[in-house]
Design a protein around this ligand. Sequence first.
Ligand SMILES: Cc1cc2nc3c(=O)[nH]c(=O)nc-3n(C[C@H](O)[C@H](O)[C@H](O)COP(=O)(O)O)c2cc1C
Length: 216
Amino acid sequence: MSDNTVPPASGTSTGPPRRSVALAITGASGAMYATRTMAALLERGCHLELVISDYGRRLLRDELGETASADKLTEYLVTHYGERVRTGTYTLYSNKDLGAKIASGSQHCEGMVVVPCSMKTLAGIAHGLSRNLVERAADVMLKERRPLIIVPRETPMSLPQLRNMTLCAEAGAMIMPAMPAFYQMPKTLEDLADFMAGKILSALGFAHSLYPTWEG
Ligand SMILES: Cc1cc2nc3c(=O)[nH]c(=O)nc-3n(C[C@H](O)[C@H](O)[C@H](O)COP(=O)(O)O)c2cc1C
């Protein structure tokens, strides 16, 4: 059961098959990292299987305003990142829908990113709990040996939180803390979000110029 499928813009139905990536937004600070990553993948013609936890939905509104509510995300992304986001498509699933496509290893999603990832969801993934669609889809990525990128955000971190990151890394996930670099001389919050989105795209094998290459 999906609650929103956004169709491709007209004229984009031919050409190579779309790359398909699962993207989960949970209730950790840094909603802008999620919207920037979404926009960057959509601009590249991706199909996104999108899941947003209840607290992820709250963080989108708390940090980015009411126009970033889950049911208005397309308009938000077009307003902030431009019409090119319409090149891609996404399907938004309920986090309660454990029968959704991405709950099964038979689907063809090539990888998943959890951005930002709360300590609660991190714990659920680390321990294979599959209590909701975010945790189950992440579990599927691990068991199928597909890329899983976890972008945790918390500070300071407790020993259980550190251990949960280790467990996920041992199981094959990439732990990519929301730690944008400052050697790029960021001037705006968008620059920081670009950096994290660029790191995520690189990990998924997408070319981009979201931050300048370090030339030494
Ligand atoms: C405004 C706000 C900011 C939060 N920031 C964080 C955070 O940065 N990291 C974190 O692990 N939890 C944070 N939380 C707490 C989580 O949202 C909470 O643990 C929630 O149960 C996570 O559920 P989820 O993983 O299903 O989204 C925050 C909550 C709120 C309301």
